[in-house]
Design a protein around this ligand. Structure first.
Ligand code: GDD
Length: 430
């Protein structure tokens, strides 16, 4: 049996995701019309598919032969996840539960603090996922590889450009055996362009490894108490003794000990730390839908539907005028209204937004209950390769922003509850 755990973090994380994380916990922000965390959850469900999908749908009880539970572990308030976990449990017919840490324990410490829940079903394997990564999550293949390697853990890894590698855990793997030989978290000097994707499969022995680290930390803290100078030093610098990071505290010391192995993804993978990345990842998931769930994509082939270009998601409750033109990479959430002649390209339109006649939205995220007036433009301008406005790259309107008629908003971030009656460019409106 397999138990899946998704680390969702908490409100102190995700500050780079503002202003979008002011309304909704980052893991519930919609990508391709589904909460961010929905995508790894769907991938976990695929672990349980031992039978061809057509066969499974005939006998629904066969859908969960393998996957016992999915836990989301975080330090957000419970009520923020309550509705989502109950609806997704019903939809997938797999128990999904939110477990709240009283304070952050680090990625491995958080896992460890709920070991009794996780071990309740005596799983042979634990799938552990960061919620803020976008991937096809090739879990069934990874699980097969993990069983062959015979180690305690297998990490999903990916090749990235040498310039961007230092934002991640960099690692070296044996090209023949795939054993993890060396691991450094976000190093200052370049080690490798092979990086940790934040997707793991472990045997329950991971809990022994975390326990060992906790013991060492406690021993060290006791030793320090002996010297008052060191005690002062550690009080100002050290993390709490029950704070364990999976990367620095577990992966680094266990590399090269035949305990950890790697599985390289050749499919898409991105990290989602900023709103700009969420827009890109929304597009990646929409194009994945073309292969996995084409029924979720707008077809635009009826006479009364808008012109659809490329991959587009439109929530069934949204009202989109037939003379509007939408796509590619557009996701329109519940109760949004798009007026006649409007043009939408590469954008996320959140719940209850109104886009009036002939407005244009390009490379943007439009926050809940915002409205964009007639003939207005909300967009980002990419100034060509290399000169691409790295700082913004997109325009973001927070919740309940009103852009009046004929106003142009370019490469800007607008915080919630603002009214724009003049055009702005490259501004952050506080
Ligand atoms: N529940 C809980 N409690 N979750 C946590 C905690 C905690 O105390 N700390 C972090 N997380 C969650 C975050 O929400 C995120 O999903 C995941 O754990 C990892 O977060 P960080 O520890 O902040 O690391 P990171 O995202 O900067 O980098 C990690 O992921 C990269 C891939 O996206 C590292 O593992 C890198 O090596 C890796 O490349």
């Amino acid at each position: 049996r397999v138990v899946a755990v998704i680390m969702v973090g908490g409100p102190t994380k995700g500050t780079r995701f503002r202003p979008l994380s002011l309304n909704v916990p980052k893991p519930l922000f919609p990508l391709a019309g589904q909460p961010m965390v929905h995508h790894p959850i769907s991938a976990c469900r695929r672990v349980s598919r031992q039978f061809p999908p057509s066969f499974v749908s005939w006998i629904p009880s066969l859908q969960i032969p393998n996957l016992a539970q999915i836990y989301l572990i975080g330090f957000y308030e419970e009520r923020e996840f309550a509705l989502y976990v109950s609806s997704i449990s019903n939809e997938l017919r797999i128990p999904v539960r939110y477990l709240r840490e009283d304070k952050p324990h680090g990625s491995a410490g958080g896992l460890y603090s709920f070991r009794d829940y996780i071990m309740e079903d005596s799983p042979s394997h634990i799938v552990l996922l960061n919620c803020d990564v976008c991937s096809s999550f090739p879990l069934p293949d990874m699980l097969e590889a993990h069983k062959k390697y015979g180690g305690m853990g297998t990490l999903l890894v990916n090749k990235v450009s040498a310039e961007s590698a230092n934002q991640f855990g960099e690692l070296v793997a044996d090209p023949d055996t795939n054993e993890l030989l060396h691991y450094t978290e976000k190093p200052e000097t370049f080690v490798s362009d092979l990086i940790n994707c934040g997707v793991y499969i472990f045997t329950p022995n991971i809990f022994n490894a975390i326990e060992d680290v906790l013991k060492q930390k406690k021993d060290r803290a006791n030793l320090r108490r002996v010297s008052s100078f060191e005690a002062l030093q550690s009080a100002t610098k050290a993390l709490p003794a029950d704070f364990v990071r999976l990367d620095q505290d577990i992966l680094s010391p266990l590399a090269g000990k035949k305990e950890l192995y790697t599985y390289q993804t050749l499919d898409f993978w991105e990290q989602i730390k900023t709103p700009g990345m969420s827009l890109r990842c929304s597009g990646l998931y929409l194009s994945q839908f073309r292969r996995t769930s084409p029924h979720l994509l707008a077809s635009g082939d009826g006479k009364r539907t808008a012109t659809i270009v490329g991959d587009v998601y439109i929530h069934p409750s949204a009202k989109v005028h037939p003379t509007s033109k939408i796509g590619p990479n557009v996701s329109i959430s519940a109760n949004a209204r798009v007026g006649a002649g409007a043009r939408l390209i590469n954008c996320i339109i959140l719940d209850d937004v109104e886009i009036m006649e002939n407005a244009v939205v390009i490379h943007s995220i439009v926050g809940w209950k915002s409205s964009i007036g007639k003939w207005s433009r909300v967009q980002a301008i990419h100034l060509g390769e290399g000169d691409h406005n790295a700082k913004l790259g997109i325009t973001i309107l927070g919740e309940a922003v009103d852009v009046e008629d004929e106003v142009v908003v370019v490469n800007s971030i607008v915080l919630p509850n603002k009214t724009l009656n003049v055009s702005v460019q490259e501004e952050i409106i506080l």
